[in-house]
Design a protein around this ligand. Sequence first.
Ligand code: ASP
Length: 468
Amino acid sequence: MRVLANDISAHIEKEIELLGWVAVRRDHGKLIFIDLRDRSGVAQVVFLPSDKSLHAAASELRSEWVVMIKGKAGKRPAGMENKEIGSGEFEVAASELKVISKSETPPFDLESGGTDIGEEIRMKYRYLDLRRPRMQNNLRMRSRAIKFIRDFFTSRDFTEIETPYISKSTPEGARDYLVPSRVYPGKFYALPQSPQQYKQLLMVGGMERYFQIARCFRDEDTRGDRQPEFTQLDLEMSFTSQEEILEFIEELYIKLVKELYPKKHITQTPFPRISYGQAMEKYGSDKPDLRKDKNNPNELAFAFIVDFPAFEWKETERRWDAVHHPFTQPIVENTDDFRKKFDKNPAEILARQYDLALNGFEIAGGSIRIHDPELLSAVFEVMGNKPEEIKKQFGHLLEAFKFGVPPHGGIASGLDRAIAILQNEPNIREVIAFPKTGDGRDLMMDSPSDVSPEQLKELGIKKVEDKT
Ligand code: ASP
């Protein structure tokens, strides 16, 4: 029966079978040692010179070969223990070896943390890079954090609901990824920048408490540590308040840190709530880093930023735009009051909008939504949308709001960023299994790539030749 590397201590003096990769081979002449890696960790295997053919076979082993080894588990001789690894007091004396598959020499070292290896090569051979213990740990902790989040929200009566990835283009801040329709030539779907409108429509649908671990797609220009697709914890609630939403997120992160990162400490609980105005004045940032000691890798300084302005002037487009998104509720009494205040000074209108900052990064953002269709239309209008455009782009939402819309609000938290900070990783690519490079390429699959003329023809698409 197969035993995992980290479990050999439970099988002392027994014949066991190990399966995994050769991490390192150390040839000491008479004795050959193998560090065998599997999903649990590494185990030391020793080949004694007494069995000549087995010893000879072991001397052929190379890094990253996949092998099956049978042998007897035992304690290492005194003084030979390795405190660094889980199975460090034990080893397996091999009696049988089978090479399952061989490996070429890997293009880089897999034992180190890997941070000093060029990222391009790590990305090209990501499947090898993932074998390093640091990456294994990152992905396992990510999985545990996501499970924790799922349990947290389902136990509080939230329903996890999937919303479409093939959707409709709506202006929500960034550029959309478009998907051409084959059946309706010349028409396009869009990949969602977030499930924003769907989750609001779920509130109209009476679900009341929704969450989702959602993939979001934004076609942005290269901006350092961004990804064309990223993962959010997305949630929405009906009959709620800003404070209730903040308390849910606060409780989630406090409990998650306590359960999964017991060595870390949170600078201040309850998380401070700082107005946008104060944050800008005091720290010059709407995501201030409030750690007391920035050299301490185990300090987590969370802070809610509240009372954002509703609108900001976009000089390039010469129009007022929503600071968060157009669905965010401005703090006004009604549509007339809104128009009056907007005519007076749009910059002075505040919104029921909030962010969560962690160690100088924004890790969540959300708002209470406008549920009055008249006010929502007025907001679209002051942002420069013509009535026909409003109908075309948001008609479905305005229509839905005519059928008994509950007041609602929500938040979304960027999980890649949150997990990168918790894992002490410098960028989100370290906690994503198959990320794109900073400039949006998948070097392993070689994407984006050309497609066949037949595919383009089917979609009714013609390439414009580059004349430069
Ligand atoms: N959809 C928003 C975002 O992705 C979050 C929210 O308002 O709930 O930033």
